[in-house]
Design a protein around this ligand. Structure first.
Ligand SMILES: Nc1ncnc2c1ncn2[C@@H]1O[C@H](COP(=O)(O)OP(=O)(O)OP(=O)(O)O)[C@@H](O)[C@H]1O
Ligand SMILES: Nc1nc2c(ncn2[C@@H]2O[C@H](COP(=O)(O)O)[C@@H](O)[C@H]2O)c(=O)[nH]1
Length: 203
């Protein structure tokens, strides 16, 4: 185990705001950060592979993961379950590596209880009209599901006050730049670097 624990970053925000797009763009930049793969009971979309975008589970399998305390957090979101496997997160942080979770708001607020030291970033749309047109444009949801996601989105935006940072996803490149600045700033915080220096001066 490294003396310095990694930092847990939580990127959250309403469905369709662009969390997945931003994570994909960050991944392409090969930052020194690991991406957790969630478990879900929703059906794979075209092009999705088990173990890459998600671990696809049956409802029984998912409920068993909850029962066996295998999830850091979980939420039921518009009819399906989603959750973060805890072992990967703890092990990776213990190795001194940062982890990024891309999750919805109820789950993020649960993580805040068990990981108050996590860094919570809320991704916001430039407007609600733009949010709707992004979900429609993605073409993965029926009209009913789009309406569901939009009404949940309004409640989720109210929760922004519980986060440390808010980043507008107006353009992918500039939103990524803001997130990278947050990651850099968090690594310079005294609370993060102090344990390393204390250890250095003690030895
Ligand atoms: N900055 C942006 N400008 C224009 N379109 C964008 C931008 N960011 C993402 N999009 C588009 O918006 C749609 C939704 O993006 P994405 O799937 O990444 O959202 P999400 O927040 O991960 O959604 P969900 O929570 O439902 O998984 C996609 O079609 C994506 O290409
Ligand atoms: N609470 C959690 N939310 C998660 C997790 N993994 C993904 N998500 C969020 O669910 C919605 C819907 O995702 P979609 O892939 O069906 O469009 C979205 O907001 C994701 O960020 C998780 O482990 N926990």
């Amino acid at each position: 185990m490294k003396s310095e624990r990694g930092i847990l970053f939580i990127l959250s925000g309403p469905s369709g705001v662009g969390k997945g797009t931003i994570c994909k763009a960050l991944r392409a930049q090969k930052l020194n950060i690991q991406y957790s793969v969630s478990a879900t009971t929703r059906n794979p979309r075209e092009g999705e592979t088990n173990g890459v975008e998600y671990f696809f589970k049956t409802k029984d399998e998912f409920l068993k993961m909850i029962e066996q305390n295998e999830l850091l957090e979980w939420a039921e979101y518009v009819g399906n379950y989603y959750g973060t496997p805890i072992e990967y997160v703890n092990q990776t942080l213990d190795e001194g590596r940062d982890v990024l979770l891309e999750i919805e708001v109820q789950g993020a607020l649960q993580v805040k209880k068990s990981f108050p030291e996590g860094v919570f970033i809320f991704l916001t749309p430039p407007s609600l009209d733009e949010l709707r047109s992004r979900i429609v444009g993605r073409g993965t949801e029926t009209e009913d599901l789009i309406n569901n996601r939009m009404s949940v989105a309004k409640e989720e935006i109210e929760m922004m006050k519980h986060y440390d940072y808010s980043v507008v996803n107006d353009e992918v490149e500039s939103a990524c730049d803001r997130i990278k600045s947050i990651i850099t700033a968090e690594h310079c915080k005294v609370s993060h670097v102090q344990p390393k220096y204390e250890k250095m001066f003690r030895s």
